[in-house]
Design a protein around this ligand. Structure first.
Ligand code: ZN
Length: 494
């Protein structure tokens, strides 16, 4: 398919406007999306950007662009408080589990990929790891130092935000005014290595107990978290590329700092279009481990979590997310997911019905298929408006069912077009697929297993070890392994 020039408009968070999409080097498109920090299981907060940018990737490819999609894996340098202090998230998990940090990173990136496969998220063209690009990051730190936008302090290198902001606007992506920030953060405790609190580490000196460390011209240390995305995006996509995506929460400080680092190193704006997906809430609340509403994707797929009434198939989760525009908040609840499942099943049933329809010898159909196709494209061209596209798909579902009930007729040409485009939008672009072996049986099994775990949990609370062990042993005989974790028991079919 040829590219429909300048039809697609997308919202650029840098200019805060919808803009016509014009790739720098059409038909080639470079797209970079911040990927996971691999120290724990993937949850809904990981699924959201993956699905949102999968739609972008799929649609751009459908339009005929040659897309190089880079999504990184953060396996070093992301400290606990997202800034310059605290323990490295992966090193901490490794210490707690008594494993090598790279075992943690490998284990959770494998699990992440499994979850993304289940959600039918296409694999990116390149998945670079931060730990595999330490040299590139050091080179960029050196360039920033040479250009005078960073300073050395106690074996660390800090980005000089105040100096940068005199020539450029630090805060233009997040809409912050750095002068206001300076007023609020001027208090330095005298212990700080930084000239100013707004400065951030681009290279961090490693304390003696820090495991992940590399020798550098500034001493033994590791790169600052923001460095990896600047270094890897410019390595694989060039100093200026088309689209940079990620969650809204990454706009500041992560993406703001990426812009500053790239401009300071290369003297160029790194990104033409910045795109940010909105967040996920659960029953109206922010998701968080401390709030007890932290549900990992595997829990959704198994139904094995006390907040879930049942298991939800990956396609229900995907469809539910696509029912909201990527820039809108998504709120998960059992009712909303059950409704999404009904909608998804209706869509799949209509797709099956398409093959049963008999065309009639009519000149005009009650449903203008050409106009419908144009409407579907217009929805996608309007900043990837998937909810509007889905509403058009349900118009088609209604029509398909009416033809099937012999209430209205369709001719062969229109039917062929409808079949082709209905499937293109549903499968190729929205990336939905029919779940195999989905039946009432698997949902019922999940519920029954959940019940068994509850009974076993109660037995354990009552110190009735015989019953607890009996349940575990009987399930093991059936090929269902029970594992006790600090967050409760989980089951796995082997
Ligand atoms: Zn990033």
């Amino acid at each position: 398919m040829a590219i429909k020039e300048n039809q697609l408009k997308l919202y650029n968070s840098l200019t805060r406007k919808k803009e016509s999409f014009e790739p720098i080097n059409s038909p080639h498109v470079g797209m970079y999306v911040c990927g996971p920090t691999v120290y724990g299981d993937a949850h809904l907060g990981h699924a959201r950007p993956a699905v949102a940018f999968d739609l972008v990737f799929r649609y751009l490819k459908h339009l005929g662009y040659k897309v190089r999609y880079v999504r990184n894996i953060t396996d070093v340098g992301h400290l606990e408080n997202d800034a310059d202090s605290g323990e490295d998230k992966i090193a901490k998990k490794a210490r707690l589990e008594e494993l090598e940090p790279m075992e943690i990173a490998q284990y959770y990136s494998d699990r992440y990929m499994d979850n993304m496969d289940a959600l039918n998220v296409l694999r990116p063209s390149i998945q670079p790891r931060a730990s595999g690009h330490i040299i590139e990051q050091m080179e960029m730190v050196k360039k920033i130092l040479d250009n005078g936008f960073a300073y050395k302090s106690n074996g660390s290198v800090y980005f000089d935000v105040v100096k940068y902001n005199k020539e450029h606007h630090y805060g233009k992506l997040s809409g912050r005014n750095i002068e206001d920030t300076l007023e609020n953060t001027r208090e330095l405790d005298g212990q700080s290595e930084k000239h100013d609190n707004v400065d951030f580490a681009i290279w961090k000196n490693a304390s003696p107990e820090h495991i992940m460390r590399w020798n550098s011209p500034w001493g033994s240390g590791f790169p600052g978290w923001h460095m990896e995305c600047s270094a890897m995006s410019s390595k694989y996509l060039g100093e200026t590329f088309d689209i940079h995506g990620g969650g809204m929460d990454l706009r500041f400080p992560h993406h703001e700092s990426e812009i500053a680092q790239s401009v300071a190193a290369n003297g160029k704006e790194p990104v033409k279009y910045w795109m940010h997906n909105n967040m996920v809430t659960i029953n109206g609340q922010k998701m968080g481990k401390s709030l007890g509403n932290f549900i990992i994707l595997d829990d959704f797929f198994s139904g094995n979590h006390e907040l879930l009434q049942q298991a939800f198939e990956p396609m229900t989760i995907r469809f539910f997310m696509l029912q909201a525009h990527y820039r809108s908040n998504v709120d998960f609840s059992n009712d909303a997911l059950i409704a999404a499942k009904k909608g998804f099943d209706k869509l799949m049933k209509a797709e099956e019905t398409l093959d049963k329809l008999n065309p009639q010898d009519v000149t005009e159909s009650a449903f203008d298929v050409n106009e419908w196709i144009n409407n579907c494209y217009s929805a996608l061209d309007d900043d990837f408006n998937s909810p509007v596209l889905i509403s058009y798909l349900f118009d088609a579902v209604k029509f398909i069912n009416s033809v099937n009930d012999a209430k209205v007729a369709i001719n062969i040409e229109s039917l062929d077009l409808l079949k082709k485009y209905f499937r293109t939008f549903v499968f190729d672009i929205l990336g939905l697929r029919k779940d195999e072996a989905v039946s009432g049986d698997s949902e019922l099994s999940a519920k029954l297993l959940g019940l068994m775990l509850k009974i076993r949990h109660e037995a354990k609370l009552n110190k009735d070890w015989a019953t607890a062990d009996n349940i575990r042993n009987k399930l093991t005989e059936m090929g269902i392994i029970i594992k006790d974790t600090k967050d409760g028991a989980v089951w796995e079919i082997v």
